[in-house]
Write a protein that binds this ligand. Structure first.
Ligand SMILES: Nc1ncnc2c1ncn2[C@@H]1O[C@H](COP(=O)(O)OP(=O)(O)OP(=O)(O)O)[C@@H](O)[C@H]1O
Length: 262
């Protein structure tokens, strides 16, 4: 990985631990994300992906450790640079057992609007953001009429409206229609080319594979793999591909195939 020592990393997490409920959810997380990187956070259900992205942007308190955003310590959660962050929480309907709370959805709007009063150019910005997500024609329609994928794109447009330096998206591909997946992948590629740092929580790389430069895999609250995106990935996280060669790694897990097989 190249060393961007001239400027602070967009994200720098050191030995992060998060405790929720009865025990540790994340342990010993070290993560540096340089400017302009498109990073996928992979891992099985419950491995801690959502908790990690929320900890990185100050929405979940740390039990110990430290997080810096753009060189500023945000561990105390008082100095999170909201205007530079676009956050799109996990869709409620994509995960009924671990749905985003109303607070989280509201927080995502706060991150977007806290320092911005709608000004003379705001309508244009809204239209531009919706157009970016392929929804220019739907600007005046009520979102409860939208498909899940369209609603997801509206949320992303809300995160994009002020052109954040860091975009954090939780499971954008889950349960959305193919047109929305394609539109989303194209939009994220454009943002990446424009220099936006992107952290995206995914079950599988799928349509976003061409975008992703680095994949970090979590298992049971710890980083178990960090590097270029895996070449092959099983459809079901945590399941080994039947053609896996011994000693290879799929989705972050070493594959121990049968002895003499090549
Ligand atoms: N507020 C909470 N209180 C107690 N436990 C929690 C809380 N939030 C998450 N957890 C637990 O922390 C673990 C990690 O959850 P998290 O949502 O971060 O995982 P994930 O990798 O994003 O999973 P998924 O892919 O299902 O969204 C799970 O065991 C979950 O039950």
């Amino acid at each position: 990985m190249s060393n961007h020592s001239a400027e602070p990393s967009v994200v720098r997490a050191e030995d992060v631990r998060v405790d929720l409920g009865t025990g540790p959810i994340l342990r010993g997380i070290d993560l540096q994300v340089p400017r302009g990187q498109a990073l996928a956070l992979l891992g099985a259900n419950g491995s801690g992906k959502t908790t990690l992205v929320k900890a990185l942007i100050g929405l979940t308190p740390l039990a110990s450790g430290r997080v810096e955003l753009f060189g500023t310590d945000v561990s105390a959660r008082r100095s999170v640079p909201w205007p530079r962050i676009g956050y799109v929480p996990q869709r409620v309907s994509s995960s009924p057992s671990m749905s985003a709370t109303a607070e989280e959805v509201v927080a995502s709007g706060l991150l977007t609007n806290r320092r911005l009063r709608p000004g003379p150019g705001s309508r244009r910005q809204v239209r531009d953001a919706l157009a970016e997500m392929g929804l220019a024609e739907r600007a005046r329609d009520s979102v409860h009429l939208f498909s899940g994928g369209q609603q997801q794109r509206v949320l992303i447009a809300r995160a994009l409206i002020r052109q954040p330096d860091l975009l954090v998206i939780d499971e954008p591909l889950s349960g959305i229609d193919q047109a929305s997946k394609t539109a989303l992948a194209a939009s994220l590629r454009r943002l990446h080319r424009a220099g936006t740092t992107i952290i995206v929580v995914l079950h599988e790389l799928a349509e976003l594979r061409p975008l992703i430069g680095r994949a970090v895999t979590l298992a049971q609250g710890q980083v178990v793999q960090d590097g270029p995106p895996p070449v092959h990935q099983p459809a079901e996280p945590g399941h080994h591909h039947p053609d896996a060669l011994p000693g290879t790694v799929f989705n972050g897990y070493p594959v121990h195939g049968p002895g003499g097989r090549r």
